[in-house]
Design a protein around this ligand. Structure first.
Ligand SMILES: [Ca+2]
Ligand SMILES: [Ca+2]
Ligand SMILES: [Ca+2]
Length: 407
């Protein structure tokens, strides 16, 4: 019982992380920033396999975990290892767990490779970590990959493999140096242990439905198509396991439509039975992990108007604005500053600016930085001009001289 309670807590913490940081831009390490609609969860979560190249990475720089989660390269690569040095011809396989890669319009995958020149890698994606699809090569200043030519629109991919193409043998860091691997085209993945939802061998939902209610609320908020996938361990016949996983997925579908009022046409179920295990079926611990339901939520495609989105020429250089729902993210070229905010009405954004070059620092931290302040952006009637007011830290945004026109 202890284990189950612990798992439930982990899931709920996971949910709050997922929804606390939706929509953010991240430094690409080469002077620009990239927008990820789902923020911090968009990045690869687990190392599956790492085969160092030869010559191998130098001591301290060959840790594959340095390529996981959000990009954190600070520019001090000489003294701190912040990326995985692949070595000459090295191979790295990573997995997404709280998000899943799929094809959206435009680029879908971004490889954060650090250093003055982008060292090319060949990129492959996979649903199961066994069958791989080649999706091209980064390099020549391009770190992003559009998977649309190679996949179907609704296919989802949990694994990414990158292989150093042996372009650079010399120097301290042979091969590509990978800071992070992000899915711009991300769906959200909730993984629920079956023991939290069902009694052993049954497909009727148990008494405590609180975790499922919470997820149902979030599905309504962001969905989009939602796929409910059932999985079991390998005890019993594969036919009975397939049937059990199907019935369990169906139970959740019914719960979402009846108790959470989610449009049933947006809910699909997939039964996998004992296939696609995520852990070793030879141990009790592994079997428990394999008995699970995964809920994949795709973002809504029919977004409200995108009037505020775009590139703006301002008195402080170019400003880029992105949007997911009412959430705003952006950046400005001077100081590589970041913007986070909300659309409070059609013509107004309220939020924060965050940068390294501010004259005053704040006592409290925002996104690990002490240089930040308040910000209001107002758009004129036809969204051709912006007027911006800003302040330091928590002070009212009263400073001006930061206006712009659409580019
Ligand atoms: Ca992730
Ligand atoms: Ca795409
Ligand atoms: Ca890193």
């Amino acid at each position: 019982m202890k284990k189950i309670t612990l798992l439930l807590i982990v899931i709920l913490v996971g949910i709050s992380n997922i929804f606390g940081q939706i929509g953010r831009t991240y430094s690409d390490g080469h002077g620009g920033r990239i927008f990820f609609p789902f923020g911090d969860i968009s990045f690869a979560d687990e190392v599956v396999e790492f085969t160092k190249g030869q010559p191998a990475p130098i001591k301290g720089y060959g840790d594959p975990n340095l390529s996981l989660k959000v990009p954190d390269y600070s520019g001090n690569y000489e003294t701190i290892a912040e990326a995985t040095s692949l070595g000459f011809g090295g191979v790295l396989i990573v997995k997404f767990t709280d998000n899943i890669l799929y094809d959206i319009n435009g680029p879908d995958l971004f490889i954060f490779e650090i250093g003055p020149a982008i060292e090319p890698v060949d990129v492959y994606i996979s649903k199961d970590g066994i069958k791989w699809i080649s999706v091209g090569r980064t390099g020549g200043g391009i770190s992003q990959i559009d998977i649309s030519k190679y996949v179907k629109k609704t296919d989802v991919f949990r694994y990414v493999k990158i292989i150093d193409i042996k372009a650079k043998k010399d120097g301290r860091w042979p091969g590509a140096d990978i800071d992070a691997i992000g899915a711009i085209g991300s769906s959200i993945n909730f993984q629920l242990n079956s023991a939290v939802l069902f009694k052993s061998g049954e497909s009727t939902l148990g008494e405590d439905k609180s975790a499922l209610y919470k997820i149902g609320e979030k599905v309504k908020e962001i969905g989009g198509l939602t796929i409910i996938e059932g999985y079991t361990d390998n005890i019993g016949s594969s036919e009975s396991n397939l049937l059990l996983s199907e019935k369990r997925a169906q139970s959740i579908k019914i719960f979402f439509s009846d108790s959470c009022q989610i449009d049933t046409t947006l809910l699909k179920t997939n039964a996998y039975g004992e296939t696609n295990p995520i852990a070793d079926n030879n141990t009790e611990n592994g079997r428990e992990k394999n008995r699970r339901v995964e809920i994949i939520v795709f973002p809504q495609t029919n977004q409200s108007n995108d009037n505020v989105v775009g590139k703006w020429s301002t008195t402080r250089g170019n400003l880029y604005i992105y949007k997911y729902g009412k959430i705003i993210a952006g950046w400005y070229e001077s100081d590589g500053g970041e913007i986070l905010g909300k659309l409070i009405d059609e013509h107004t954004i309220e939020g924060k600016w965050i940068e390294n070059g501010a004259r005053e620092t704040c006592s409290e931290n925002t996104y690990d930085r002490n240089h930040w302040g308040s910000l209001i952006i107002k758009f004129n009637e036809d969204f051709s001009k912006i007027t911006m007011k800003w302040g330091y830290c928590t002070k009212e945004p009263t400073n001006g001289n930061w206006d712009g026109t659409r580019k």
